[in-house]
Design a protein around this ligand. Structure first.
Ligand code: ADP
Ligand code: MG
Length: 306
């Protein structure tokens, strides 16, 4: 009997029986999900291939189970490292959905938390707080952003230690139908695992989210605009690229998140521009972003700090 929330297998298949894998794949909805993932997320090649590997393992695992092969439930706790805006939260959401489709998780929702949601301010507050969050996350994914803040090197009485111990327990007892994903900057996460080897040893998959190239940032911008029902005019395209090249070198640059902000600001300027010279407008005007919608950004001021 399999532990956790996976549905009980139908009656065990006869050893001579054959199963159509293509059909199984299509039925699971997995092919659809992976196609969407490829289309809607720019770049992230290593992350995507890892997701494919994990889903293949789980699907074959489920099939083996139908043949009555007793498979240990694989450990799927993960660590996502990368700079801000590289897609960690977005991929965690997709991962949760995928794990539900495949029957590994019952609910497939994502509970995203940081230290403040888990650790209390006073004696006795931390354990109930952490357990409450875990309870909410059961059947889904618990996403701990900037997980290293749970551990304070300068204070061994820090309440974060209590949270770490509870998490360790929950992550170990595979009976719980919960996947924990720890996320944050790669270097700080390394230090965290050095100080908390128990945590490191419970993580099965380390996924690194690289910074996007300028080409990828441009593609992300086009995709985001498209999803919002906008397009960049021909002359606006090189301006978008120039904008992203400049923005990438500035402080507080946050990869795809900065692209989203840029598109949102371009939208604001576009609307302002239309209303500043009210006239007859058609579909083209209300959907097309022009160079000036980007050029007004401070990023184009020479010598400006941001
Ligand atoms: N590969 C990608 N392709 C397109 N959009 C992306 C990609 N990665 C992230 N985004 C978008 O960028 C924003 C920030 O992503 P997020 O997952 O919150 O990053 P992180 O959690 O790493 O800080 C979101 O709006 C998300 O939709
Ligand atoms: Mg995030």
């Amino acid at each position: 009997m399999r532990s956790g929330g996976a549905p009980a297998p139908e009656s065990v298949l006869d050893p001579h029986e054959r199963v159509d894998l293509a059909e199984l794949l299509a039925e699971s909805g997995l092919t659809d999900l992976l196609t969407r993932l490829d289309r809607e997320l720019v770049g992230l090649r290593p992350v995507k291939s890892r997701i494919r590997e994990i889903s293949a393992l789980l699907l074959v695992d489920r099939l083996r189970e139908r043949f009555g092969i007793d498979t240990a439930r694989p450990n799927l706790h993960m660590c996502f490292t990368g700079n801000p805006g590289t897609g960690k939260t977005t991929v965690a959401l997709r991962m949760a959905e995928l794990l539900r489709l495949i029957g590994y998780l019952r609910r497939g929702h994502l509970v995203a938390v940081t230290r403040d949601d888990l650790v209390g301010q006073y004696v006795g507050h931390t354990a109930p707080k952490t357990k409450d969050v875990i309870k909410r996350a059961m059947g889904g994914v618990l996403f701990v952003d900037e997980a290293y803040y749970l551990y304070r090197t300068d204070n061994d009485r820090d309440y974060g230690q209590e949270t770490i111990e509870i998490l360790l327990q929950v992550m170990e007892s595979n009976r719980d139908d919960l996947v924990v994903i720890l996320a944050g900057y790669a270097d700080r996460m390394d230090v965290f695992f050095q100080s908390n080897p128990g945590m490191g040893s419970r993580i099965a998959h380390h996924l690194d989210f690289p910074d996007f190239t300028v080409d990828e940032l441009v593609r992300i911008g086009l995709l985001m605009a498209d999803q919002l029902g906008y397009r960049f005019s021909g002359p606006a395209l090189p301006v978008l690229r120039e904008y992203l090249e400049r923005r990438r070198g500035r402080p507080l640059f946050a990869n795809a998140r900065s692209v989203r902000n840029a598109v949102e600001r371009a939208r604001l300027r576009h609307a302002g521009r239309l209303l500043a010279a009210p006239g007859l407008v058609g579909r083209a005007e209300v959907t097309t972003l022009l160079p000036e919608d980007l050029l007004a950004s401070r990023v184009f001021e020479t010598g400006s700090a941001r």
